[in-house]
Ligand binder design. Sequence first.
Ligand code: SAH
Length: 254
Amino acid sequence: MARYDFATHRLYVPADLSPDAVVPLEPGALNYLLNVLRMDEGSRLLVFNGRDGEWEATLRKPTRKTAVLVLQRQTRPQEATGRIRYAFAPLKSARLDYLVQKAVEMGVARLTPVLTQRTQVHRLKDERLQANIVEAAEQCGVLALPALEPEIRLERFLAVLPPEEMLVFCDEDADITDPVIALRQRQPLAGITVLVGPEGGFTDEERARALAHPGLLRLSLGPRILRADTAAVAVLALVQSVYGDWTGSTVNEM
Ligand code: SAH
């Protein structure tokens, strides 16, 4: 049997999940299941809430216009959240949607929008970011939803970043060295914070502040300048494969 059942639609619900629980459907979810996915009485789907794992559920329609989900059995236990926090300079709308969705797929535990001097976006729409987190989790079977942190200015972010936290600083000005060797040479003692700048890059003043952090690991992502959303996928692949859950060992064993 495949590890994941991707044939069955997966739906995020905020409610607690337990055997035989009856989960009411909010209007948005109700409309989506009945009118978009054309589900009906008896339709089967998988639900998760980010806390209780993934559960098999059956759609029940007590009336023509209402529907509830009746839970049967848990199909997957709740996943532990990892220890990678992704700190990013917000990008313009579609690229930001993409960046957030990829970070969720890549298994980050926390998402921190960091406002830098060249950040082009200043009013973040949290509900849009949250919707992207949920959409990526539903599509990719992610059960541990990353926490979306409040936006913070870079200098404040670096000032309060604990000294024992590893700061993987993606620096487009860094000398090109093997990123895998650079990561393997360090053993993160606590959490891992990855920092990627805006389309316009970091200013020299911002770079100096990041380079001064005690947990600094300055990382080059090769000889080409990547778009910030490309950099997100590239650095998270490296960090997951050296320190994270791509190694095959669980976070607790690290
Ligand atoms: N000044 C360039 C850099 C911006 S790229 C420009 O305007 O296009 C956006 C961010 O992606 C950078 O701040 C950096 O965090 C990351 N990045 C892109 N290419 C990189 C590379 N080759 N090495 C390290 N980080 C990189």
